[in-house]
Design a protein around this ligand. Structure first.
Ligand code: TYD
Length: 138
């Protein structure tokens, strides 16, 4: 798994015993904020793509709890990508980071933890608007 300044990996503790594996997350510990919302995506089309937006104020952590997918991130200056392919390795998606997800392996489930409740007005869904917003809100 690659790591750049733009890509921040979150390591979740993994408890393994002969019965199987257990991974846990706590707000303000492994997750660097108070968790306000949890959602997950599944039955993802293998050649589908999701995301293509940024958030003004929402910070999120994504885990691929099953399967794998490619995450692309862009802060308006730098672009990077990584495969999310390990159930206890997440990616921190900061506010003002344009992101997308693709190349979903069959059976992939993506778990997302967010610091805000859902609010459509928090989304930047147009790339040019995102770049302008980032440049005006450094
Ligand atoms: P969206 O965040 O746009 O996901 P993607 O970019 O992967 O398509 O969400 C898809 C739809 O689900 C959109 O209509 C908003 C709705 N939604 C909620 O109502 N609540 C939520 O917490 C989330 C994440 C999405």
């Amino acid at each position: 798994m690659e790591k750049t300044d733009l890509i921040k990996i979150i390591d979740a503790p993994l408890v393994s015993d002969p019965r199987g594996n257990l991974i846990f997350l706590e707000g303000n510990k492994q997750i660097p904020f108070s968790i306000k919302r949890i959602y997950w995506m599944f039955d993802l089309e293998e050649d589908g793509k999701r995301g293509f937006h940024a958030h003004r104020n929402t910070v999120q952590v994504l885990f691929c709890t099953a399967g794998k997918c490619l995450i692309k991130v862009d802060d308006g200056k730098e672009k990077s990508e990584l495969w999310l392919d390990t159930p206890n390795k997440g990616i921190l998606l900061d506010k003002k980071v344009w992101h997308s997800m693709e190349k979903f392996q069959e059976g992939t489930t993506i778990l997302v933890l967010a610091n805000k409740e859902y609010d459509e007005s928090d989304y930047l869904r147009n790339y040019d608007d995102f770049v302008k917003y980032v440049n005006c809100n450094q």
